[in-house]
Design a protein around this ligand. Structure first.
Ligand SMILES: CC(C)(COP(=O)(O)OP(=O)(O)OC[C@H]1O[C@@H](n2cnc3c(N)ncnc32)[C@H](O)[C@@H]1OP(=O)(O)O)[C@@H](O)C(=O)NCCC(=O)NCCS
Length: 140
């Protein structure tokens, strides 16, 4: 398989494919509405949804990126199962890091669900480390 991946911002025509990818990757849970997440993040000054297209043009990967003026965050890092283990996940994370770096953000963070144990090794492999912090939350 050709290992090239071209990355661009989300376009409205991508919506169905992006949602299908997220569902197929197990990233959509009842308390998150993917349409609302796309609407809030895509094409904003402080956030965007990046999509990765394989050599044949098919949309095979995503990363949602954003910052709050202090820290940067990645969400919905996903690669179509048929295209895994070819470096696309690393490329998407690097694209998110670059997006944040270009906006002056010095630290990127992301949340890994405690059920998603396999993905921790991926992030460690590409240079991320577990953060010794407790995350607090409240639904608004
Ligand atoms: C996690 C995910 C994005 C990785 O995508 P990928 O394209 O397969 O990853 P890459 O090919 O870029 O892998 C980069 C490196 O990490 C390694 N790696 C990838 N997944 C791994 C895993 N589950 N465990 C250990 N190492 C892993 C690769 O072997 C590669 O190592 P190398 O440097 O020796 O070549 C993909 O598995 C996925 O979409 N998972 C489901 C969605 C998900 O859980 N997203 C994260 C939410 S926090």
């Amino acid at each position: 398989m050709d290992g090239t991946l071209s990355i661009r911002p989300f376009d409205e025509g991508d919506r169905g494919l992006v949602k299908a990818l997220w569902i197929g990757c197990g990233l959509v849970v009842p308390y998150n509405d993917p349409d609302a997440d796309i609407d809030l993040a895509a094409g904003r000054e402080n956030s965007d949804v990046l999509v990765g297209c394989a050599a044949d043009g098919s949309l095979v990967a995503t990363a949602m990126v954003g910052h709050d003026g202090h820290r940067g965050w990645l969400y919905y890092v996903a690669v179509n199962p048929a295209h895994r283990d070819t470096g696309f996940g690393r490329i998407m994370v690097r694209a998110g890091e670059d997006w944040l770096r270009a906006r002056g953000i010095r630290k990127a963070q992301l949340l890994v669900r405690e059920t998603n144990t396999a993905v921790r090794a991926f992030y460690e492999r590409i240079g991320w480390a577990e953060s010794p912090r407790t995350v607090m939350e409240r639904w608004l």
